[in-house]
Write a protein that binds this ligand. Structure first.
Ligand code: ADP
Ligand SMILES: Nc1ccn([C@@H]2O[C@H](COP(=O)(O)O)[C@@H](O)[C@H]2O)c(=O)n1
Length: 210
């Protein structure tokens, strides 16, 4: 099937807690479901049914190999061809994929968010606009502690231990260097009203031309 002419992929990367989900959701919520679709790299974390919870909780979730990026690339290509896909759904509280999927319809604009989306060349090259949300590490870890304890079923000790053993070193090795692949760098993510408005205008321009 021929590629749909007018689909653009906007990648939103940034460290954990930087505000990329907030930014991506605000862009998507400004438009109709038939105009902008959303994909999340986190939903493509590999399934680990062969391990128990305790072993899964010890895995490194901040290395590119933790993700099934090949499946995500296939899904993006399908969407660009005008075909709907079933996006997996990840459940952080059990450190595994859930049995649910979300139907994602093709749309003129697809937003993709994730910590490591610029670190994978095969994925990065599919993007038309690359946005990196840049937020200081101290702010990010404070946000992460609150979120992981409230929403992801974690203890304070486990968040601190995971941050020091894998999250921080992987951020320094993979996430931070991937910033140089960005077209736009946005400080502070979703609460940056000026940057959000510029992104919305860019999407609107594409929709008018599509
Ligand atoms: N600019 C901001 N100021 C204060 N809190 C924020 C801001 N942006 C995001 N948050 C909060 O920080 C947490 C992490 O934000 P999120 O957008 O999920 O980041 P990410 O997807 O990069 O991990 C969430 O609880 C969110 O509500
Ligand atoms: N089972 C898992 C899977 C992932 N994580 C962490 O999620 C972070 C990425 O999500 P953000 O919304 O923060 O960008 C990543 O840093 C992983 O450490 C996890 O804790 N448990």
């Amino acid at each position: 099937m021929a590629e749909a002419k007018n689909t653009i992929l906007i990648g939103i990367a940034g460290g954990t807690g930087s505000g990329k989900t907030t930014l991506a959701d605000k862009v998507v919520d400004s438009f109709g479901r038939d105009e902008v679709s959303i994909l999340r790299h986190d939903n493509y974390y590999k399934r680990h049914d062969e391990m128990n919870y305790e072993d899964r909780s010890k895995l490194n979730y901040d290395h590119p190999d933790a993700f099934d990026t090949e499946l995500l690339c296939e899904h993006i290509k399908e969407l660009k061809k005008g075909k709907a896909i079933q996006m997996p759904v990840y459940d952080y509280t059990i450190h595994n994929r859930s049995d649910k999927t979300i139907l994602v319809e093709p749309a003129p604009v697809i937003v993709l968010e994730g910590i490591l989306i610029f670190a994978e060349p095969s994925l990065c090259e599919l993007m038309d606009i690359r946005v990196f949300v840049d937020t200081d590490a101290d702010v990010r870890i404070l946000r992460r502690i609150v979120r992981d304890v409230k929403d992801r079923g974690r203890s304070l000790d486990s968040v601190i231990n995971q941050y020091l053993t894998t999250v921080k070193p992987m951020h320094e090795q993979f996430v931070e260097p991937s910033k140089r692949r960005a077209d736009i760098i946005i400080p502070e993510g979703g609460e940056n009203a000026v940057a959000l408005e510029m992104l919305i205008q860019r999407v609107r321009k594409h929709l008018e031309e599509a």
